[in-house]
Ligand binder design. Structure first.
Ligand code: MN3
Length: 205
């Protein structure tokens, strides 16, 4: 969906991920933080109609086409818009398991699903300050890494299929400084059916 961007629905209630992620955190995170990135992205793009026909992901993939005057605002708020849109989708109370195709790719890249989640937790857990942990589709296959602030894998030419927010606003009310405990909880919330669909889309499957 192109400009003006709209805050997407979560697709579930604020308390759906309790007790692992509390309703108050979800309400503030979606209704205040994600809403803020959305409105600031729209404000940055307002006077730039050349970018109005593009999806937010397309804009992030080609940051060099974004005028200097708004590049920083688009990096932060466009990244924040896209990152959170993915984040809500890749969580669910149920868990589940990867598709056969994704499981095979995970096996080739990391060994097992448990090895992947351990690597993702390590990458997200060691990110200093605010940022994200990612599972991405890159030219050579799956990769795990972290980014700072709201930087998106799309800016690296990669397609994120799973992401975890490690800004303190994502966990501080319930977990305070215990980011590893939050990441353990996130690992139990991964919506593998959505991640598998993201993988299929990213690889043309
Ligand atoms: Mn956030």
């Amino acid at each position: 969906m192109p400009y003006p961007f709209e805050l997407p629905d979560l697709g579930y209630d604020y308390d759906a991920l309790e007790p692992r992620i509390d309703a108050r955190t979800m309400e503030i995170h979606h209704g205040k933080h994600h809403a803020g990135y959305t409105s600031k992205l729209n404000a940055a793009l307002e006077g730039h109609p050349a970018l109005h026909g593009k999806s937010a992901e397309e804009i992030l993939r080609n940051m060099s086409a974004v005028p200097d005057a708004i590049r920083g605002a688009v990096q932060n708020n466009g990244g924040g818009y896209v990152n959170h849109t993915l984040f809500w989708q890749v969580m669910a109370p149920g868990g589940g398991a990867p598709s056969a195709a994704l499981a095979e790719a995970i096996g080739a890249a990391f060994g097992s699903v448990d090895d992947l989640t351990a690597k993702l937790k390590a990458a997200a857990g060691s990110r200093f300050g605010s940022g994200w942990g990612w599972l991405v589709v890159a030219a050579g296959g799956l990769q795990v890494y972290s980014t700072a602030n709201q930087d998106s894998p799309y800016m690296n030419g990669h397609t994120p299929i799973l992401g975890v927010d490690v800004w303190e606003h994502a966990y501080y009310l319930n977990y305070q400084n215990r980011r590893p405990d939050y990441l353990d909880a996130f690992g139990e919330l991964i919506n593998w059916s959505v991640v598998s669909a993201n993988y299929a889309r990213a690889t043309g499957g």
